[in-house]
Design a protein around this ligand. Structure first.
Ligand code: OAD
Length: 244
C-alpha cells in the first residue's frame, strides 16, 4: 500500500511538513465543510455564520453556532490519524504541522509544532480590539462583552473575507519552502492561501504527498497519492517508515 520509494524519501527527509484539513478529524466524528450532505456548508450557509457581516447582523446566532461546534469538539477525541502525526513528529528530523482546523485535536493528540492558520475554537476575543478573553459568562447576554472595552466577544477564528493571522501565515510559507517532503492530508484544497502551500513547497523542491479518500484539485500536482481515510493510511505510513 505504501510505495518503497516513499518510505525511503520519508526516512531521509531533512524536514517533513504536513498540512491538514477537516478530513483528518472526520473519523473523530467532526463534520467536514464541503462534503455533500454531511459537510457543514451543505447544511448551513457560511454567509449567515462565518463572515464579519453575519456577526454584525446576528451576533447571537453566530455565537451560538460556534458554541455548538465548541461543545461537539470537546466531546470528541483525537483519532488514529492524529496520533500517527504525533509519531511522525517524534521520528522526523524536523517537523512542522500546519492546520486549517480550529478543533484543537492535534494539540490534544500531543503534537507540539502546530501552526494554526484559521484560529481556534477554544479561543475567544473581542470584536473591536481582539482582546483575548480567558473566561466568559454567556448565561445572561449572548455574546458576552469584553471586560476591557465592552465590545462583543467572538470566536478567535478566521471568517470569510478576513485576513489570516500574519505570523502563522509567514511561518507556514517559510515551513513550506523548507520542506523536503510535504504531506497534504484531508483537505479539499479549495481555500486560499492554504491551498497554495503545497505548490510553494513543490516550487522549492519538495516531494508532494496527498492523503485523501477523494481526488482534489491538488491531486494532479502530487508525486504520491495515498487514497483512503487518514485514520488508516497515516498509521500504516508511520509503521512502514519507522517500524520500531
Ligand atoms: P473540506 O470540507 O473542504 O474538505 C475536506 C476534505 O477531507 C475532502 O477533500 C474530503 O475528501 C476529505 N476527507 C473526508 N474524510 C476523510 C478522511 N477520513 N481522511 C482523510 N480525508 C478525508 O475541508 P477543508 O479543506 O479543511 O475555513 O476546508 C478548508 C477551510 O474551508 C476550512 O478551514 C474552513 C472552511 O471554510 C474556515 O473556517 C476559515
Amino acid at each position: 500500500m505504501i510505495p518503497d520509494s516513499l518510505v525511503m524519501l520519508m526516512r531521509e527527509a531533512e524536514q517533513i511538513v504536513v498540512l491538514t484539513g477537516a478530513g483528518i478529524s472526520a473519523e473523530s466524528g467532526i463534520p467536514t465543510f464541503r462534503q455533500a450532505l454531511t459537510g457543514l456548508w451543505a447544511q448551513y450557509d457560511p454567509t449567515e455564520l462565518a463572515t464579519p457581516e453575519a456577526f454584525r447582523r446576528n451576533p447571537q446566532l453566530v455565537w451560538d453556532w460556534y458554541a455548538w461546534r465548541r461543545e461537539m469538539v470537546a466531546a470528541a477525541s483525537p483519532n488514529p490519524g492524529h496520533f500517527a502525526l504525533v509519531e511522525m513528529e517524534h521520528h522526523a528530523r524536523q517537523f512542522r504541522l500546519i492546520t486549517q482546523n480550529v478543533d484543537g485535536l492535534h494539540a490534544r493528540a500531543g503534537n507540539n509544532h502546530i501552526i494554526e492558520l484559521h484560529g481556534s475554537l477554544s479561543r475567544v476575543c473581542c470584536e473591536q480590539h481582539r482582546h483575548p478573553a480567558d473566561s466568559w459568562d454567556d448565561s445572561a447576554e449572548r455574546p458576552p462583552r469584553c471586560r476591557i472595552c465592552d465590545s462583543l466577544l467572538r470566536p478567535d477564528v478566521v471568517w470569510f473575507g478576513e485576513a489570516l493571522p500574519a505570523k502563522a501565515l509567514e511561518q507556514a510559507f517559510a515551513a513550506a519552502r523548507a520542506a523536503a517532503l510535504f504531506l497534504t492530508i484531508g483537505t479539499s484544497g479549495l481555500v486560499q492561501p492554504a491551498a497554495s502551500l503545497p505548490l510553494e513547497a513543490a516550487q522549492a523542491g519538495a516531494i508532494l504527498v496527498e492523503v485523501n479518500p477523494e481526488p482534489t484539485p491538488l491531486s494532479s500536482r502530487m508525486d504520491y497519492i495515498l487514497p483512503g481515510p487518514s485514520g488508516t493510511i497515516l498509521p500504516a505510513l508511520v509503521r512502514a517508515v519507522w517500524p520500531d
